[in-house]
Design a protein around this ligand. Structure first.
Ligand code: LLP
Length: 429
């Protein structure tokens, strides 16, 4: 919980709006974001880096809703994209192409063309083959592509293996030992202009150490490049700063920024960062309603109307998300023979599971909750990699998204309809 999602008496609020009201008005499952939480995270990051020229490129993949991109664009954000689709979203949301960096190991030719035509800030190139392709595509358009090499610094991010990207065995970036040679090659290519260097070692990091180890390796390379006459304009240290889901103690934005600026001291090149989760993760919750309570032989189940298709993180990474009742149960006042209603809400240990036909479809294990069927639960810290990783598995329409702003609520994405799900499918004769 944070300042923007908190209980008032017995009811959980987003800013000034009771979450129960949102669940009734827009239905469940429903993602709810706090504008104030989004903006304050952005300001905090921006201010923490104020002492050095910088650009905050929000990692669109964390949550690409146009309303969120637009809020950040209005605050001056740049964007880190990994597809032509994300670029189109950024532009549709009013983002500036000249503040966009394009990451990813598999950029297609058409995506390169799209980004060149839009006039993005930089391509974060991840292989020798990609350099060749970009040089060719840029040449075909009569353009010069701005490039940075994503260097793999071989640093252990000490996070979940699926979201750790900076080790030698990872598919990301160019090997540290080959980077120098590739820079020389890039510097000699007719349709490329070397402008920067970047790295991204993983996500949900809870220590500053690996960030600094990576930055130092990158900066050592920068010095060797400078000695060869390859001068860079910017250093991009990626994203990855973790948030608190449970009992993690990630560094604060201020601590992280201080450490990065310290590593950069004495240098004037522009700093780029690509934060995703830390800007949006704790600014969103997923509302879900309890459909049934079921007593198994060994466990109690709270079967809710959100599932792994809505929030994949628990199923995919065994990620923990706090689950809170939107309406707190009143202290138990047992009524002999009583049934239903508040007074029978006993706190029990539940497996919180969805309706999808997979045993991996859970939102939380062994959660103590005082709930009855019909109650609404809030799955906390769901603003990052929640909606953006959702799917239509089991032909489930994707959830609605709502932005709270003070006392106001705005529907920022309608719940999908079933017709939309198969509108482009064809029956053959
Ligand atoms: N830059 C690049 C090149 C990235 O690959 C990523 C995330 C970011 C920036 C933003 O990282 P952040 O600040 O959000 O940690 N689905 C996973 C997370 C995958 C992260 C992928 N790359 C999850 O739900 O935990």
């Amino acid at each position: 919980m944070n300042d923007h999602f908190r209980y008032r008496q017995d009811e959980l609020y987003a800013e000034q709006v009771p979450l129960g009201l949102i669940a009734r008005r827009f239905g469940t499952p429903c993602y709810v974001y706090s504008r104030a939480a989004l903006e304050s995270a952005f300001h905090e990051f921006d201010q923490a880096l104020a002492a050095h020229e910088h650009l905050l490129c929000y990692a669109v993949k964390a949550n690409p809703n146009l309303a969120i991109l637009n809020l950040f664009a209005r605050l001056g954000a740049g964007f880190d994209i990994v597809s032509g689709g994300e670029l189109q979203r950024v532009l549709a949301a009013g983002g500036a192409a000249e503040k966009v960096v394009f990451s990813g190991v598999g950029k297609r030719e058409d995506e390169m063309r799209q980004a060149l035509e839009a006039g993005i800030l930089c391509f974060n190139v991840e292989s020798a083959a990609e350099l060749d392709r970009l040089n060719q595509v840029a040449g075909g358009l009569g353009q010069i592509a701005p490039v940075s090499l994503r260097v793999n610094p071989d640093v252990d991010a000490k996070t979940h293996p699926y979201i750790s990207t900076g080790l030698k065995q990872s598919k990301f970036g160019v090997a540290y030992s080959e980077a120098l040679a590739l820079y020389r090659k890039a510097a000699g290519m007719a349709h490329l202009r070397v402008t920067g260097i970047d790295c991204h070692i993983g996500s949900q990091l809870t220590e500053v150490g690996p960030f600094i180890a990576a930055a130092e390796k990158v900066l050592a390379l920068v010095d060797r490049l400078a000695a060869e006459g390859i001068a860079l304009e910017h250093f991009d240290f990626g994203g990855g700063l973790g948030i608190c889901y449970d009992d993690e103690t990630p560094p604060s934005i201020a601590e992280y920024a201080r450490a990065l600026l310290h590593a950069l001291s004495g240098r004037s090149e522009k700093l780029i960062v690509e934060p995703g989760r830390v800007l949006v993760g704790n600014a969103g919750v997923l509302l879900t309603r309890v459909e049934y309570l079921k007593q198994g032989e060994e466990k109690n189940f709270a079967i809710v109307d959100a599932a792994m298709n809505d929030l994949m993180r628990p199923a995919l990474y065994e990620a923990y998300h706090q689950i809170l009742p939107v309406q707190l149960a009143h202290p138990l006042q047992p009524v002999p023979g009583g049934r239903g209603g508040e007074r029978d809400k006993q706190s029990l240990i539940f497996e919180v599971v969805g309706p999808v036909c997979e045993s991996g479809d859970f939102l939380g294990h062994a959660r103590e909750l005082g709930v009855v069927a019909g109650d609404v639960l809030a799955v906390m810290s769901a603003g990052a990699y929640g909606m953006s990783m959702s799917s239509n598995y089991n032909t489930r329409p994707r959830a609605a998204e709502v932005m709270v702003d003070g006392e106001q609520t705005h529907l920022i994405r309608e719940r999908e309809t079933l017709e939309q799900l198969y509108a482009t499918e064809k029956i053959i004769t």
